[in-house]
Ligand binder design. Sequence first.
Ligand code: GLP
Length: 243
Amino acid sequence: MVIYKAKDYKDMSRKAANIISAQVIMKPSCVLGLATGSSPVGAYKQLIEWYKKGDLDFSEVKTVNLDEYKGLSKENNQSYYYFMYNQLFKHINIKLENTHIPNGIAEEEAAECERYNKTIHCLGGIDLQLLGIGHNGHIGFNEPNQAFEKNTHCVALTESTISANSRLFENAGEVPRFAYTMGIKTIMQAKKILVVVSGGDKAEIIKRAFTGPVTPSVPASILQMHNDVILVGDEDALSEILL
Ligand code: GLP
């Protein structure tokens, strides 16, 4: 694993955006695995800026997102589709038909998981997967568990995730209780993984995930087994693992 220490959120975002840009420049038709949450927003802003300057071209890029709330449609302003469209897709020249996110309002849960697995498989897998980490060590919505779930599945969100994500809703009662998420095997099959973290509130989980035992009770700990992980964090988030 390579660790880049950033001064602050802005610096972290620039460093992460540089790595994503390099991927897009080296392989214009690459498959990017994308994430939602506060951590990647700054990197998306930076990519948009470089695109507007003419430095980046997303016309052949394909994307697959990690997760989506069950029960929310694309038009719902709390859905991850809405987030991705507004934080990134609508500002760049990506073709919307090349962007993929689980369908939160699919009628059949199992069929939707199967469809999403196939979509990723047909694209040939993920070249670069961007990840944030939840306070309990979740990646995507792979919550702490007895075993690592391999493929796309529907999960019951934990109270800690519901409470962390409630900051983006009117109140905790509005946070969906279930979500679709890419599985751990699919994430681990990405050729390269870029983790972005900021803030002292993530320091403890970063220590557990990257220096503790590999266990499904800390899903991000599996990343220790991947041979090409880049962790970009600000000083506060990395304070427990770097002197
Ligand atoms: C959410 C998302 C994750 C994200 C995590 C951390 O639950 N499903 O994909 O990585 O929270 O979010 P944040 O970056 O806002 O701390």
